[in-house]
Design a protein around this ligand. Structure first.
Ligand SMILES: [Zn+2]
Length: 295
């Protein structure tokens, strides 16, 4: 049992201590907070709970800017973080050891050199960040992180925790390019992944451009009045940024609200199902692999 623990992160005694801290009451609270965990069967829930204990024993989770974290909060973060690796090797999350949680959005200092050689310093507000070989940074007050009801805008599925941990999976290969390590994933090859990723990103970018062209000039494209247009897209427009963001945003939708993604980009959805070894819509992952192998 739990053979996957060997050599990845904390030792057995620390994990056992953490398992004891995850009481039935805490666990039930997490399951009831996140509706997308409802599809898991009893065996998968037990597995997720074990992986949460492993993650919490293996990583330091620290509140920043005075945020006091309690057991319910760290377990909520762990459950969302472990959902993507429920059927994968947890060692994919090794090589770094800290999760930093801010009470709200935080500012990231950026520096960029333009073509004229001028360096521009600015700050970017963010709800999450994943460093290559470093910490995952999260904002607790995002409606999806804390699981608050009614706080989310509701246009597209958002989940900062899944988003940032998808970046971590992507970064395992040393570069954030939308292609995680595929070794050991049945029926998936880098060539096939790259082809479906590029086709799907192109199709999404084109759909986004068509939607943007339809927004009347008197409607602010950045404001909520543009929601009826952007709401027609299967993913948040941020997915069009690049391949890495396309994979991270797609992963959020895949786990939280999979139907629009599966309808709009079925081959990309099937590839994600084959990679994660899960199919949130209920079909068997092996069937999904058959679909994409016809490429
Ligand atoms: Zn991102």
């Amino acid at each position: 049992m739990l053979r996957w623990l060997k050599g990845a992160g904390a030792g057995r005694a620390e994990i056992d201590r953490m398992r004891a801290r995850i009481t039935d009451a805490l666990w039930e609270q997490v399951l009831s907070t996140y509706p997308f965990l409802a599809r898991l069967d009893d065996g998968e829930r037990a597995e997720l709970r074990a992986r949460c204990a492993w993650l919490l024993a293996s990583k330091h989770i620290n509140g920043a800017r005075g945020l006091q974290l309690n057991d319910a909060m760290v377990l909520a973060i762990a459950a969302q973080a472990c959902l993507p690796i429920l059927k994968l090797d947890p060692a994919l999350y090794s090589g770094w050891n800290e999760i930093i949680v801010y009470p709200g959005g935080f500012l990231i200092p950026r520096s960029e050199q333009d073509e004229a050689g001028v360096v521009h310093e600015y700050v970017q507000e963010a709800a999450g960040e994943a460093w290559d070989g470093g910490p995952v940074v999260l904002a607790w007050d995002e409606p999806d992180t804390a699981g608050q009801e009614g706080g989310a805008p509701g246009l597209h599925a958002f989940n900062v925790v899944i988003h940032e941990f998808a970046h971590k999976l992507d970064l395992r290969t040393g570069v954030a390019d939308g292609m995680p390590a595929l070794q050991g994933r049945p029926g998936l090859s880098p060539r096939q992944w790259r082809a479906v990723l590029e086709q799907s990103l192109d199709a999404f970018t084109q759909a986004l451009e068509e939607i943007e062209a339809q927004i009347p000039p008197d409607v602010d494209p950045e404001g909520p009045e543009a929601d009826p247009w952007y709401g027609q897209l299967p993913l948040d427009p941020y997915a069009a940024t690049d391949e890495a963001e396309f994979f991270a945003v797609s992963s959020e939708s895949f786990f939280v609200d999979p139907a629009p993604l599966a309808r709009a980009l079925p081959r990309w959805y099937a590839m994600l199902a084959a990679y994660y070894g899960q199919d949130p819509l209920g079909a068997q992952p092996t069937a999904a692999v058959t679909t994409i192998s016809t490429l």
